[in-house]
Design a binder for this molecule. Structure first.
Ligand SMILES: Nc1ncnc2c1ncn2[C@@H]1O[C@H](COP(=O)(O)OP(=O)(O)O)[C@@H](O)[C@H]1O
Ligand SMILES: O=C(COP(=O)(O)O)[C@H](O)[C@H](O)COP(=O)(O)O
Length: 311
C-alpha cells in the first residue's frame, strides 16, 4: 500500500466544470482525506498586468509552470509546499498558503498536462471537454454571477482567448486517461443541467474495469441509455462509455455494482445509504446538480484513485 498521496489531475478550459467535478469527487472520498489545488494560483501576472501585456491566462508564458511542476513533485512525495494564491475576486495575488497533502490530492486547472515532467506526477489524468456552446453557457453564467463580469465581457474574453485555447488547452486532451464530456441530449442547448448525458473516453493508458461484461451490445434502435463502443480519439483507439441523463436507477445500479465489485476499496463508496451524496454536487454558482451520469463519472474516477493506493 503506497504511503504517498494519490494525485488526480483535472484539466480543461475555463468553465469546463473542473471545480464542480473536483468538489463531487472530494465529497465521495471524504473531504477530510482530500487536498485540492487549483493551478490558477501559478499565474505569473495579475489581472491588470495581463491586460497591459495583452496576454491571456491560458498562455504557458503567463504561468509559472516550472514552479507548479516543482510543487507537484514535492507533494507527490508527501512534502509540504508554500503555494501562491490568486484571487479571482480581486484579480491579484494574496499571501501564500502552507499546504501539506492528505491521502488524496486533486490538482485542477488550465495547463496541468502541458509539460512532460508535470504529467509524470499524476496517478490519474482527467480532461474535461464539454461541447463549446455548453461551456460558453456555463462560463457566462458563472462569470456574471460569481466573478463580476457582464455577459458581453465574458463573450469578448472567450473570443480573445480562442487562439490560446486552441493552441495550448485543447491539445492536452491527448494526455488524459479519461476524457469527460457532459452534453445535452439531441444537441438541445437548453438549461437542462440535471439531464445532461455523459461521454467518457477511456484510454488504455490505465486499466479500466472490463465494462463489456456488464454492458452488452444491443439493438441500436432505439439506442440503450448506457452504451459502450470502440472508437478513435485523436487518432488512437479508445473505449467510449456513454450514459444518458434519462438512464433509469436500475440500469445505473447494475453498472455501479459491477464497478464496485471490481474494487473492494470502493465498498463504502458504493453503499448508497452511506453515500446519499453521490452524483449530487453544488455547482460553482451554488445550484445543486444531481445526475446519474455525474455519479458514474465520479465513481469511475474514484475507482482509479483507490486502485492506485494498492500499487
Ligand atoms: N457536470 C455539470 N453539470 C451541470 N452543470 C455544470 C457541470 N459542471 C459545471 N457546470 C456549470 O458550469 C459552471 C462552471 O463550472 P466550474 O466547475 O466552475 O468550471 P471550471 O472550474 O472548469 O472553470 C458551474 O458554475 C456550473 O453552473
Ligand atoms: O480562465 C481562468 C481560469 O479559471 P477557471 O478555470 O476557474 O475559469 C481565469 O479566467 C483566469 O484564472 C483569470 O482569472 P480572472 O478571470 O480572475 O482574471
Amino acid at each position: 500500500m503506497t504511503q504517498r498521496p494519490i494525485i488526480l489531475g483535472i484539466v480543461g478550459d475555463s468553465a469546463a466544470g473542473k471545480t464542480t467535478l473536483t468538489k463531487g469527487i472530494a465529497q465521495v472520498l471524504g473531504e477530510e482525506n482530500v487536498t485540492v489545488i487549483c493551478t490558477d494560483d501559478y499565474h505569473r501576472y495579475d489581472r491588470t498586468q495581463r491586460a497591459e501585456l495583452g496576454i491571456t491566462a491560458l498562455h504557458p508564458d503567463c504561468n509559472h509552470l516550472d514552479i507548479m511542476q516543482q510543487h507537484l513533485s514535492l507533494l507527490r512525495t508527501g512534502q509540504p509546499i508554500l503555494k501562491p494564491v490568486y484571487s479571482h475576486k480581486t484579480g491579484t495575488f494574496e499571501a501564500p498558503k502552507y499546504i501539506k497533502p492528505s491521502q488524496f490530492l486533486i490538482v485542477e486547472g488550465l495547463l496541468g498536462y502541458s509539460t512532460r515532467g508535470v504529467r509524470d506526477c499524476y496517478d490519474v489524468k482527467v480532461y474535461l471537454a464539454p461541447p463549446e456552446p455548453l461551456r460558453t453557457q456555463w462560463k457566462v453564467k458563472r462569470d456574471t454571477q460569481k466573478r463580476g463580469y457582464s455577459a458581453e465581457q465574458v463573450l469578448a474574453e472567450l473570443q480573445k482567448r480562442e487562439p490560446d485555447s486552441d493552441q495550448y488547452i485543447r491539445p492536452q486532451r491527448s494526455w488524459a486517461d479519461i476524457v469527460v464530456s457532459f452534453y445535452p441530449p439531441d444537441d438541445q442547448l437548453q438549461e437542462m443541467n440535471g439531464h445532461l448525458n455523459v461521454r467518457l473516453v477511456l484510454r488504455p493508458t490505465i486499466p479500466h474495469p472490463d465494462l463489456s461484461q456488464v454492458i452488452t451490445p444491443s439493438n441500436p434502435n432505439p439506442p440503450p441509455a448506457i452504451r459502450l463502443g470502440l472508437e478513435r480519439d485523436m487518432g488512437k483507439p479508445v473505449d467510449v462509455l456513454e450514459i444518458d441523463g434519462h438512464a433509469t436507477n436500475e440500469q445505473v445500479r447494475e453498472l455501479e455494482k459491477f464497478i464496485c465489485s471490481e474494487a473492494p476499496h470502493l465498498l463504502n463508496v458504493c453503499n448508497r445509504e452511506m453515500n446519499p451524496e453521490i452524483g449530487r454536487v453544488a455547482g460553482t454558482t451554488g445550484e445543486i446538480i444531481q445526475s446519474y451520469p455525474l455519479a458514474l463519472t465520479q465513481l469511475l474516477i474514484v475507482y482509479h484513485m483507490l486502485k492506485a493506493t494498492t500499487h
